[in-house]
Design a protein around this ligand. Structure first.
Ligand code: AMP
Ligand code: MG
Length: 501
C-alpha cells in the first residue's frame, strides 16, 4: 500500500520546497511517505488558494497532481513527515497523540506548509486507521475556505480528493484526503508534549523556532523584562482571543477545542464537528459526543483561556517565573472582550460619533448589543438571517422583515426604536455598507454541507463547487442562490456530528 510499491517518478509542480519544521530534529517527527489511495478523483478544488500558493491553475486539473495529493506519487523536493504532539482532550491529559493521519509534505517558498490529511497510518495513529472519510473531508475543505471568506484566521484547504476505498466508521464510508495549508500546524499540544516529558531542550528549540519564524517581536519588547517566552505566551493569547472573538460574533462553534486542536498562530484548525449556529442558542452543543457540553458555543471563550493556561504551564520551564506567565495570560481578559465588542458594534453598524464615543454612548451601545442577543435567544431566532436582514433594514428597507423573525413583537419593536435612535446619531451613509460587509449572507450551515455530501457520495460534486463559490465571498448577494441563504429545513436539527471521522 505504500508508494514504494508503485513505480512513479516524482512530480515537479514548479514550487520550491523547504521544510523548516524538519530542521527541528528527530524528536519532533517521523519521516514517512503518504500511503496510496486507489483510483482517486477530484472532489473539490480551490483555485483561489492555488493562485495564492503560486501554483499554476492548470495543475489543479492534472492527473499527476491528483495522484500526488492522494499519496500515490511523491512530490519532487519534499521529504514528508508526521509530527508528534500531546494534549488535553475534554479537560483530561491525554498523553501522546501526534499526527495520526496528517502528513506534512513540506513548506513552499512562500512559507506555507502543505499537509495531506487522511493519508494513512503514521506511528501516531494509535487505534485509528489513518484515514479521513469523504463526509468530514468535504466539511473541512468548505469550512476552511468559508472562514477565509469571512475574514477569520484559519488553516486553508487546497483540495479534497476521494476514492472508493471503503472506510469503517459507524457505517462503511469512503476515503478522502484533504490537502490543507497553513504557515504552521504547530499546536499548543506540541509544547505540552515536550514540557510534560521534561524534554526542556526540545521545548526551547520549539519555542525559539516559533518565535523566530512567527513572533520575532517577542525578542525585542521589554514588557516582560526581556523574557521572550512570556512575550510569546502573551502574543499567542492575543491571537487566540481575536480568533475566538470572531467565532462568537459570526456564530461559529468549533466543537472540539482540545489543546491539540489549538494553533500556536491563533488559526482555526482541525475542523471536525463544527457548526455555524442556525437558531441563536448560546448553550448550543454541536459535537454529538460532547455529553457535558464542555465545548458549547458560549463556553468557547473560557475554554480558549483554559487552553492558554495549559500552554502557559507548558512554557513555564522556559519562562521560569510563574508571576510573569500569569501576567502574560492576562492580556486575553482584555483583548477578547474588546475584540468582541468591536465586532458586535460593527455588526450593528454602530460607528463612532464625531471620531470618538462618550462613555454614555458606549454604555448605551453595550446595552443594545446585550439586549438584542437576549431577544434572539428567547425566540431562538436564526442568527445569520437576523443580522443580514437587519443590515438590509439599515439600508432603508422597512423593518418588517426583521420583526417577522420574532415572536415577541413588543420587545423587538422597543429594541428597534432604541436602535434607530442610536443609528440616527451615526455619520450618514456608511452604516448599511459596513453592516453588509460584516454580516454574511452565506455560512456553511450543517444542512448545506450535508446536501453537498449526499450528492458527492453519488459522485456529483456540483454542490461542493457551488458552496465554495458562495462561501468564498459570503458578503456578496449572489442573486439566484437565495435557497443557500434560507432557513434550515426541519431535518437539519437531526444531523449528528461527532469527533474524528
Ligand atoms: P481529532 O479529534 O481529529 O483532533 O483527533 C485527535 C487525534 O487523533 C489526533 O492526533 C489525530 O491525528 C488522531 N486521529 C483522529 N482520527 C484518526 C484516524 N482515523 N486515524 C488515526 N489517527 C486519528
Ligand atoms: Mg486534531
Amino acid at each position: 500500500m505504500t508508494t514504494a510499491t508503485k513505480n512513479f517518478s516524482t512530480l515537479d509542480v514548479g514550487l520550491t520546497w523547504h521544510n523548516s519544521f524538519a530542521k527541528l530534529g528527530q524528536h519532533f517527527y517521523t519521516r514517512l511517505a503518504p500511503h496510496s489511495l486507489p483510483e482517486p478523483y477530484w472532489v473539490g478544488r480551490s483555485v483561489a488558494l492555488a493562485r495564492e500558493m503560486g501554483l499554476m491553475e492548470s495543475w489543479l486539473s492534472s492527473q499527476e497532481l491528483l495522484e500526488v495529493l492522494s499519496g500515490n506519487q511523491p512530490m519532487a523536493g519534499t521529504q514528508p513527515l508526521a509530527s508528534v504532539y500531546s494534549g488535553h482532550q475534554f479537560g483530561q491529559w491525554a498523553g501522546q497523540l501526534g499526527d495520526g493521519r496528517a502528513i506534512l509534505l513540506g513548506e513552499t517558498s512562500l512559507g506555507l506548509e502543505v499537509q495531506l490529511k487522511g493519508a494513512g497510518l503514521t506511528p501516531y495513529s494509535r487505534m485509528g486507521d489513518g484515514r479521513a472519510v469523504l463526509r468530514s473531508s468535504i466539511r473541512e475543505f468548505l469550512c476552511s475556505e468559508a472562514m477565509q471568506g469571512l475574514g477569520i484566521p484559519t488553516s486553508r484547504a487546497l483540495c479534497v480528493t476521494g476514492s472508493d476505498e471503503p472506510i469503517r466508521r459507524e457505517m462503511i464510508e469512503t476515503a478522502a484526503v484533504v490537502t490543507r495549508v497553513a504557515p504552521s500546524f504547530v499546536r499548543f499540544g506540541h509544547f505540552e508534549h515536550f514540557s510534560h516529558r521534561g524534554q526542556h531542550e526540545q521545548l526551547k528549540v520549539l519555542a525559539d523556532y516559533v518565535i523566530d519564524r512567527f513572533y520575532p517581536a517577542c525578542r525585542s519588547g521589554d514588557k516582560f523584562a526581556g523574557n521572550p517566552y512570556a512575550a510569546l505566551l502573551e502574543a499567542v493569547s492575543e491571537r487566540t482571543a481575536l480568533m475566538v472573538a470572531h467565532w462568537q460574533a459570526v456564530g461559529f462553534c468549533h466543537g472540539v477545542m482540545n489543546t491539540d486542536n489549538m494553533s500556536i498562530l491563533g488559526l482555526t484548525i482541525d475542523y471536525g464537528p463544527f457548526q455555524f449556529l442556525d437558531a441563536y442558542h448560546p448553550g448550543h452543543i454541536c459535537n454529538h459526543s460532547d455529553h457535558q457540553g464542555r465545548y458549547a458555543f458560549n463556553k468557547q471563550p473560557n475554554i480558549a483561556y483554559w487552553n492558554l493556561f495549559c500552554l502557559g504551564q507548558a512554557l513555564l520551564p522556559l519562562i521560569e517565573d510563574q508571576e510573569l506567565a500569569i501576567a502574560a495570560l492576562e492580556s486575553y481578559k482584555t483583548v477578547f472582550p474588546n475584540a468582541l465588542e468591536k465586532l458586535m458594534r460593527a455588526k450593528l453598524g454602530l460607528l463612532e460619533i464625531d471620531g470618538s464615543n462618550s462613555t454614555e454612548t458606549l454604555t448605551q451601545d453595550r446595552a443594545l448589543t446585550e439586549d438584542i442577543l437576549k431577544l434572539l435567544a428567547q425566540d431562538r431566532v436564526d442568527y445569520t438571517i437576523f443580522w443580514r436582514r437587519l443590515s438590509h433594514s439599515s439600508a432603508g428597507t422597512d423593518t418588517d422583515a426583521v420583526r417577522d423573525l420574532f415572536l415577541n413583537r413588543d420587545a423587538i419593536d422597543a429594541w428597534l426604536l432604541r436602535y434607530s435612535e442610536r443609528l440616527a446619531q451615526n455619520p450618514r451613509g456608511l452604516v448599511a455598507d459596513l453592516m453588509l460587509k460584516t454580516n454574511p449572507k452565506f455560512v456553511l450551515r450543517n444542512h448545506l454541507g450535508e446536501q453537498a455530501i449526499r450528492k458527492a457520495k453519488l459522485k456529483d460534486f456540483s454542490q461542493v463547487d457551488t458552496l465554495l463559490l458562495l462561501l468564498e465571498s459570503p458578503f456578496e448577494e449572489h442573486p439566484g442562490f437565495e435557497e443557500y441563504a434560507d432557513f434550515p429545513p426541519d431535518w437539519a436539527s437531526s444531523i449528528e456530528i461527532s469527533c474524528s471521522s
